[in-house]
Design a protein around this ligand. Structure first.
Ligand code: FUC
Length: 835
């Protein structure tokens, strides 16, 4: 045994686990499992690897010449529900698994009955400028009980050994975004080995395929492990399978938490498979396929606690029996077709081409970029990676993408890998509509539906209000009360979320969706808001106007007028007012379209007339973040909440409200060009809405070079997926914006924020509000051709620089325009994309 192995074994022995929860480490598998201690789940392959392998085929690949050394270098696959991080080892392979329903905790009414009693006093204190006392009182009486949620958790790990491999040459691992397949290839002992890994949505399994160019060369041993609360064993129903069964210990005792199971099944061609001692062993096979299923007894959003009628191990066995009845080739073909159904809707090429950069492994390419070398195509790759990640983490019927999409290796993940509703989960979905993934938006609406009931209880208990409320975060169990600390007393989470189904309607024009799903959600969120708006008293700068109270500008602290006292707690924070205005305006429009609820519409209109206005500071010329011109404690704070009106809403516009746009620009200058990953992504969206492509690009460069990990995951730090999704949406908006209207007619603004760094390019399949599909080519920074396909028909205004033209469109027909917006005859059959 090598010293390393001895050390690893000792390390393993040192891991303290409750009896019965010992991870299985059969003697054959010498690797110690991850001990939960190191920050990034480090991994080392025993086989030395050498490589000068050339770039794998495929235009949209992430690729590397060595196995991942930690989780942040591993590559994600996912089918919306089940995910894996693939490390790509040779002698030691690791696949970290997730099931998007595996959450600690359980459903509970967390509302705080003391809240309503304290509310008038908290409001009075805030209006009187006694913010510190208000914070103290709210901290004592307004927080959820308990005020913390529990974490989304890892499902476990697959540890795989290919013993006897002395080392490898010509090693390459990759993730092909166009197929959704991760691959590993290497040569060892004169044999070329290939491994392909994907998460199939149709088959509901993760598939790992092993091939070699010599018959009988495949041998491996595999175990399943988890840090805690689970144990592995042979599957009693299948001699070719092993399984990991576990049970989340809810709240450290008491009520039962979720049960879960992962089963790995070996399918061989030649050789043998056994599961003795809980080690799945394949020897002497020509090819082998590993099928991995995962399941929990999570009952579905809003459906209470663990579902006693579900047996996760039985569910896995049934899934595996179905998957194993298909040939591997058929499974792979089915997966690729399913993935491409979404992925290939949009294609993007950004020039100038840079062969030197594109020939490099992704980590080296990033490094080159970090050193300031231009690489336009890297932004296109990042854009498509963002779309890939949404396809892999949010499918109809799955949980919505959480703070880490669905990839999380811990039991207690950063911010619990929850659904933060004061920017993060919304940002996760900004790309869905414009980048052709509208169906993948639906899990967010499912989450919202499930929050109406608990959010209604919180609305009533905490505020005596109707409708539904969500504060700054939620989880799989319907948590809607203020969480974490007094900054959690931020009652406009639902109001912000309500923009999402409305946008889904704006893009699709689907009136039945608007009537059946969007409207009830919007109306309920607005009902709450109408009930909690209060009139600001005479002593305040917004006397007589309606404001929220209590309120926060998310997580940003300011100095009170004494210049010393720090607080976050306030009334009428600008973001609240922008969110409320947005929601009420959207409700008025929705009620008009649907021709419903005239009285409610009038109520919204009356409230809008009295709402405190957006204001520009006479001192700084910026959009004011609070009702008073307070100084921020951290001028470069990551949240720029008071620009909600610029993005995602449409209250601030360089064409319609140039003064406000100028104030927004000054606001952004003051906040600076840095920030966490998601903060940068939002700022890129802001600059894009200000039509400043070069400035947007500068921040995109900061994001790619400063907040992007080797596997292209965004880092807060640590990893947080919102930055990937937000920047993908921003790139789409640099090329096409569709949020404006001219006399009620949708405006397609072509290349509104094209940066100098992308002088040439082509994009196909972007979506615009009003049911448009848009493809563009440009060269030397000028539009060459635009194709606009309408799905709904009707008029459209096309804007390019200072020029606007109005056209009539016909549903299902294409409008082709030249670089001066003149109708052109489409060039016969020429595809705009570059594929
Ligand atoms: C918000 C942000 C933090 C972090 C957390 C998940 O509260 O302020 O930066 O992104 O969400």
């Amino acid at each position: 045994m090598s010293t390393l192995c001895v050390l690893l074994t000792l390390l393993l022995l040192g891991v303290q686990l409750p009896p019965g929860d010992q991870p299985l480490v059969p003697p054959a598998c010498q690797r110690a499992p991850y001990d939960g201690k190191a920050a990034a789940m480090p991994w080392a392959d025993r086989a030395p690897v050498a490589s000068q392998a050339p770039r794998p085929a495929g235009r949209l690949v992430l690729w590397y010449r060595s196995p991942a050394r930690d989780w942040y270098q591993a590559l994600p696959v996912g089918n919306g529900r089940l995910g894996a991080m693939v490390f790509g080892g040779v002698a030691d392979e690791l696949l970290q698994l997730n099931d998007d329903t595996l959450w600690a905790g359980g459903p509970k009414d967390v509302s705080n009955p003391d809240s309503l009693k304290a509310l008038p006093e908290v409001r009075r204190l805030l209006f009187e400028g006694r913010n510190v006392e208000a914070t103290e009182l709210a901290g004592k009486s307004m927080m959820g009980r308990p005020m913390r949620i529990q974490s989304y958790q890892t499902l476990g790990e697959v540890y795989l050994e290919c013993p006897g491999l002395p080392g490898a040459t010509d090693y390459v691992r990759s993730l092909d975004l166009d197929t959704g397949v991760a691959s590993v290839g290497y040569t060892s002992n004169g044999v070329r080995y290939e491994r392909r890994v994907f998460a199939s949505a149709p088959a509901n399994v993760i598939v790992v395929r092993f091939t070699a160019d010599k018959p009988g060369a495949i041998g491996l041993k595999l175990t399943l492990k988890r840090l805690k609360d689970a144990s592995a064993a042979p599957d009693p129903s299948n001699p070719h399978a092993i399984r990991l069964r576990g049970h989340v210990n809810r709240d450290g005792g008491g009520e039962p938490g979720l049960s879960f199971n992962a089963t790995a099944l070996g399918v061989n061609d030649g050789g043998r498979v056994s599961n003795a001692g809980g080690v799945l062993e394949i020897t002497g096979a020509n090819t082998a396929t590993l099928l991995i299923a995962g399941a929990t007894d999570y009952p579905g959003l809003g459906k209470g606690g663990p579902d006693a009628s579900v047996d996760p191990a039985g569910a896995c066995a049934a899934t595996l029996a179905r998957a194993a009845s298909a040939r591997y080739d058929a499974l792979e073909a089915e997966h690729i077709a399913d993935h491409r159904r979404y992925f290939r809707r949009v294609d993007l090429a950004l020039g100038p081409a840079n062969q030197a950069a594109e020939a490099l492994p992704t980590n080296d390419r990033l490094e080159r970029f970090r050193k300031g070398q231009p690489d336009a195509a890297l932004a296109a790759l990042y854009f498509q990676f963002g779309r890939y990640l949404l396809i892999a983490s949010s499918r109809p019927g799955t949980m919505p993408a959480n703070l880490q999409g669905l990839w999380a290796w811990k039991l207690s993940n950063p911010w619990n890998a929850d659904y933060h509703t004061n920017i993060n989960v919304q940002m996760n979905y900004w790309l869905a509509e414009p980048t052709g993934l509208a169906e993948l938006h639906v899990p967010l609406f499912d989450l919202m539906d499930s929050l109406v009931k608990p959010g209604g209880v919180t609305a009533k208990t905490h505020y005596g209000a109707g409708g539904w409320v969500v504060h700054h975060l939620t989880d799989a169990w319907g948590f809607t009360a203020p969480a974490d600390g007094v900054w959690g007393v931020w009652p406009v989470g639902a109001a912000w979320l309500a923009r999402h189904p409305w946008e889904h309607y704006l893009y699709s024009g689907d009136a039945s969706f608007l009537r059946q799903r969007a409207w009830p959600l919007m109306r309920g969120a607005a009902r709450f808001v109408l009930d909690v708006l209060v009139e600001a008293p005479a002593s305040t700068p917004v006397a007589g106007r309606l404001v929220t109270n209590p309120s926060h500008s998310p997580e940003n602290t300011f100095f009170m007028k004494d210049g010393v006292t720090k607080t976050m707690f306030t009334y009428g924070a600008t973001m609240d007012l922008e969110i409320v205005r947005d929601l009420l305006e959207n409700c008025i429009e929705a009620a008009r379209v649907l021709d419903v609820d005239a009285a409610f519409r009038q109520e919204c209109e009356a409230a809008l007339r009295r709402l405190a206005p957006l204001r520009v500071s006479p001192v700084t010329g910026r959009i004011m973040e609070w009702v008073e011109d307070y100084q921020e404690v951290e001028p470069n704070h990551r949240h720029t909440s008071h620009l909600y009106g610029l993005h995602p809403a449409t209250q601030i516009s360089p064409t319609r409200t140039p003064e406000l746009a100028e104030a927004a620009r000054r606001t952004l200058e003051a906040r600076g060009d840095g920030g966490t990953g998601w903060s940068l992504a939002w700022k890129i969206c802001f600059w894009t809405r200000l039509l400043e492509g070069d400035r947007a690009h500068r921040l995109l460069v900061n994001l790619l070079s400063g907040k992007t990990l080797d596997n292209l995951f965004d880092t807060h730090p640590p990893f947080q997926i919102d930055g990937n999704f937000g920047a993908t949406a921003a790139i789409a908006e640099m090329l096409l914006q569709s949020h404006d209207r001219e006399a009620g007619v949708p405006v397609l603004h072509l290349l509104p924020a094209l940066p100098g760094a992308w002088p040439s390019g082509a994009v196909s399949g972007l979506r615009g509000q009003g049911g448009f599909e848009v493809s563009l080519t440009w060269n030397d920074g000028d539009l060459v051709e635009a194709q606009v396909r309408s799905t709904l028909g009707g008029p459209v205004v096309v804007r390019l620089g200072a020029k606007t033209e109005r056209f009539e469109t016909t549903a299902g027909r294409m409008l082709t325009l030249d670089g001066r917006l003149r109708k052109a005859v489409p060039a016969g059959g020429r595809a705009l994309g570059t594929r």
